[in-house]
Design a protein around this ligand. Sequence first.
Ligand code: HEM
Length: 384
Amino acid sequence: MSIILAIFTFIVLSLLFLFLTLSFLIIKSYSGKSFKDPSYPPVKDIATDLFGQGIFIVDGEKWRQQRKLVSFEFSTRVLRDFSCGVFRRNAVKLVKTVYEFAIADTVFDMQDLLMRCTLDSIFKVGFGVDLNCLDGSSKEGIEFMKAFDDSNALVYRRFIDPIWKLKRYLNIGSEASLKKNIKLIDSFVHKLINTKRNNLAARQDYNQKEDILSRFLVASQEDPGKMNDKYLRDIILNFMIAGKDTSANTLSWFFYMLCKNPLIQEKIVQEVKDVTGTGSQEKEINVDDFVANITEETLERMQYLHAALAETLRLYPAVPVDGRCAKIDNILPDGFRLKKGDGVYYLAYAMGRMPYIWGEDAENSDLKDGLTTEFFNLNHLSNL
Ligand code: HEM
């Protein structure tokens, strides 16, 4: 009997200990932290395992250096021409894929296709290598994509998991999965960096330095200590995280809006036909010839399309909330006083729907021109 009592007491005490520890961790996570605390939310703590020392994580001088380097690289003609070509080729692949689905009358997930397409594009611009996720022909590519997406989701889960550090320490559950995924990403990326470095050393690729990695590798020859493999991995992965979901999600919302607003869809199609000069041809033009007509110059003239994309971003901003931390005491334009270290956040999603900024039809436009403009703000579009 006394043994049973001892076991019972042991179990109850263990459970009580567990409960108290968990409660303490939860209270610690949510108390004592406020918008006045510059380390809240603890983004660096949470995201460094995946993002490393990339532009999203670093502040101050480190951020400035990266920002200068990438803005310089992105403004170069070589990189701009290269990335335009990549996006164009992948757009053709996407159209052909959708066309095949349409011919076969198959239901498909548009957002998934767009995610694959933007990943292929940004990976090619970043590393100069075809990942082939859209057509699914590369097993390695698909594995990388999965690890990349899963890691992103697992990192964001940390924001609502008060015991993630304990789980990371014990290497269990979601943290064990995250560690495995990051290992896969790192080995994939480091293999690429090594291959590129070797090719560059053998001067095989010297004249083809179009992708970001190759350009940085050339730059790193001047300062190999600073631009080591880890730094290169961080810079490029941050770009992929920045560009893939934002572009794919914006396009998904854009197509969703076009489906809901067929007349606006018609207007865009007409504008594209007029500007590219493909509207008058009797024979249907093929997609390769059509894409060859999409140049910087023709894109500049597609103002209605531009406005429709801007409206999509107003209503469904790819980064719906963003913020900054005050470096010094300051006063906002409306007179609000900030103390050094205060966090300031702006909600692009809410701001894009405020009637006092966009008019009464900010969110639900009235019917105009016979259109059901539940989403599009025709005050802006109809003026074009
Ligand atoms: C629809 C597409 C996109 C949208 C709406 C978007 C939006 C944004 C926003 C709102 C920020 C935060 C800016 C700030 O806080 O100052 C940002 C940062 C950034 N974006 Fe994009 N982005 C898009 C696509 C891309 C692409 C394709 C790339 C690169 C391939 C990219 C690279 C970056 C980088 C590197 C930053 C960090 C900049 C910094 O900290 O200085 N973005 N983006």
